[in-house]
Design a protein around this ligand. Structure first.
Ligand SMILES: *Cc1c(COP(=O)(O)O)cnc(C)c1O
Length: 376
């Protein structure tokens, strides 16, 4: 099946005898055994449940991977990742990451014996200079959050060799636009809360891999700590993914129009969107992805303009998160990246003039009219 068809029809109820078209919500915590020492394949819902299982297979096939584990949130998935790296190990990470990932890496990872160093993961010479026996993994967001830096995954794989684990956060582009495993990554990770779910109503996270040992380890973690996705939330994810391809198409068409419009606005100083030909990651994106996504960051002329814009939007919602059908505007400095130290924020360009848009699937005219009003 092509990916559009996988979105719609890729989830299969593995236990169906009714012909139900939607995957049922198996809202049960435990499962009766047919006989002593026998199992239906399900024993206790923390380990696996029959609504999560088809979702995991669906997301694995979307990412063209063999195995997928579904988690209660993107951060639960991120946390599980830390346990894949032996204590004393070092990991390189893209310098501007989702703020929650930075919080995890700085506050919790060191306690698990994992040291994270930030750099431009597309500067291959710099990456090579940091290789060493303790370097175990490279964590990449491409495009990154919120500065939209692009990393060439194939080139990164060549630069670090086959032994280093490459983990790609594919939340921004989704498998409809890019498949990191096909580009040399070992692991693709998602906040399913964003585009996969797509409706700003459910938290979820996913890890996809071809590596059986990694998948076994992740299953051991969800079984042990109970961070697997609940049946109802699994149902909502399956339902959301049915329209993923359509939403991505529409959202990125809207995003390109808005990026071009912002570029021409007198109060806008800079627009960060890989779909613009002058974006430094435009060419790499064109090679490794089939689209540029629908996330835009932009810098306005003053902090006052930024605050007025946030107060001035009437249709667009001023809210954290991204990837849903509703267009959201975010102030990274106060929201997603508030836990990143100010000095580091400044260095990255996350200033009081930076705004981030998650463009949804509404009418582009209504979105532009609202931005016009908010910036005037
Ligand atoms: C939102 C997000 C996360 C965290 O996911 P949650 O589902 O909110 O826990 C991680 N990485 C990126 C890129 C995100 O946008």
């Amino acid at each position: 099946m092509k990916i559009d068809s996988i979105c719609v029809r890729g989830a299969k109820d593995l236990n169906d005898r009714t012909g139900a078209v939607a995957i049922p919500i198996y809202q049960t915590a435990t499962f009766a055994h047919p006989g002593v020492g026998e199992s239906t394949g399900y024993d206790y819902a923390r380990v696996q449940n029959p609504t999560r299982e088809p979702l995991e297979r669906l997301v694995a096939s979307l990412e063209n991977g063999r195995e997928c584990c579904a988690f209660a949130s993107g951060m639960a998935a991120m946390d599980a990742l830390m346990w894949l790296i032996p204590p004393g190990g070092r990991m390189l990470a893209t310098s501007d990451l989702y703020g929650g990932s930075v919080r995890l890496f700085s506050e919790l990872a060191p306690r698990a014996g994992l040291n994270v160093e930030y750099l431009d993961t597309n500067d291959l010479e710099l990456v090579r200079s940091r290789l060493g026996p303790d370097l175990k993994a490279v964590f990449v967001e491409t495009p990154s959050n919120p500065m939209m830096h692009v990393t060439d995954l194939r080139a990164l794989r060549e630069a670090v060799g086959p032994e280093i684990l490459i983990i790609a956060d594919n939340t921004f582009l989704t498998p409809c636009l890019m498949r990191p495993l096909d580009l040399g990554a070992d692991v693709a990770i998602h906040s399913g809360t964003k585009y996969l779910g797509g409706h700003n109503d459910t938290l979820a996270g996913f890890i996809v891999t071809d590596d059986q040992a990694i998948a076994d380890r992740l299953r051991f973690i969800t079984k042990t700590v109970g961070t697997g996705l609940a049946p109802f939330d699994s149902f909502l994810m399956i339902r959301g993914i049915k329209t993923l391809h359509l939403r991505m198409e529409r959202a990125q068409a809207n995003a390109l129009r808005i990026a071009l419009w912002l570029k021409g606005h007198p109060k806008v100083r800079k627009v960060f969107y890989p779909g613009l030909p002058e974006h430094p990651g435009h060419e790499i994106s064109s090679r490794q992805a089939s689209g540029f996504g629908a996330m835009i960051s932009f810098e306005v002329d003053s902090a006052q303009t930024a605050e007025k814009a946030l107060q001035g939007v009437k249709f667009i919602l001023y809210a954290e998160s991204l990837g849903g059908v509703d267009t959201l505007i975010t102030y990274p400095i106060l929201q997603t990246h508030s836990d990143v130290p100010q000095e580091k924020r400044e260095e990255l360009g996350i200033t009081d003039r930076l705004l981030r848009l998650s463009v949804g699937v509404e009418s582009a005219e209504d979105l532009l009219a609202d931005l016009e009003l908010a910036l005037s």
